[in-house]
Design a protein around this ligand. Sequence first.
Ligand code: ADP
Length: 395
Amino acid sequence: MKIISINAGSSSLKFSLFDMEDKKVIASGLFERIGIEGSSYTIKYNGEKIKEEVELNNHTDAVKILLDKLVTLNIIKSLDEIDGVGHRLVHGKDKYKESCLITNEVVNDLTLFKDFAPLHNPANVLGIEAFKEVLPNVPMVGVFDTAFHQTMDEESYLYPVPYSWYKEHGVRKYGFHGTSHRYIAKTISEKLGKKDLKIISCHVGNGGSITAIKDGKCVDTSMGFTPLAGIMMGTRSGDIDPSIITYIMEQEGLNAKEVIDDLNKKSGLLGLSEISSDMRDIVNAMNNDDEEGVKARRAFLKYTRTVTNYIAQYYVLLGGVDAICFTAGLGENSEPFRKKVCDNLACLGVKLDNEANKVMGEFKKISSDDSTIPVYVVPTDEELMIALDTLKLIS
Ligand code: ADP
């Protein structure tokens, strides 16, 4: 049985083809600059990688070429081998509490909810429509980023604003990266052989969110109404005092959308360091004995402080914790980032094993044996989670 996981963006389409017998990726790749000059695709399979420039006017072109290449490169014998297509979908509001088969209603809802994810929901629809056209008889499953967080209670998801904003306009915390946090909860639970765990899952990449999980269910999460909230990120501010927005509008003569744009794209590590949005650049500059070093250190310290604060908050919310898990670009790879956060948590009895903390991109316990809370690196795999949900729903 073979399943394709799809992540469609406004001008890109990422895929992974899984053999569900052994849950391994047979081929993966990316179609880029769809509808833009200079479009191309990359396909990796069997230890090989091919990249070709090709005209891609729309997502349907990309899907046609993808399926054609899977056959002509002998990755599959015929399209009949594809049993299901799983789509990463971003925003399902409070209607979608779990993954589901994609029907016309789902497609209509994605469009209806587009104001909640203006970049992502319309792109997700393009991906679905393209597969519907090219593989009309293959079932499709939608896996929402927001679904896992639907178990939050009112105390977690409501904002202390006029209640009518929630009732009439849907203003509440939705949370994101849900598929990744769900994968982390499932994996750590399997590895430790226990179901009733209290977990703090730290998905820290370019974007990042921290989630408190109890018995496999989300209790609270750091992202909010949009992915701008929560911890400081690569280019996003995370939580700030909302009055800053109107103040900067007046001071800089900007409109609200322009300020929000700056909070999304010019803030976070990039904004505070004035060096880069990439933690590797920040860490490289941190030991410099000059102005660069000062800028890098202030960005690093603020970043790790905001992550620490959420972990501490969720430790209290969960009433203790059985495992802190780090995942995504930084969580899986950045030794100095994890060290600083864990050192900040020393008063809770967290102790790092500095040798184990050198790990990159592999499952590993990185706390020492006398740490009161075990800390793990757990590589995330949203594509596999999408494929597993698809398998379950089409079986
Ligand atoms: P996205 O949120 O866009 O999916 P990723 O999860 O790929 O992002 O994370 C990207 C970030 O992870 C980079 O900006 C970088 O700061 C960090 N990162 C990736 N690899 C490393 C590494 N080897 N060491 C330190 N940081 C890394």
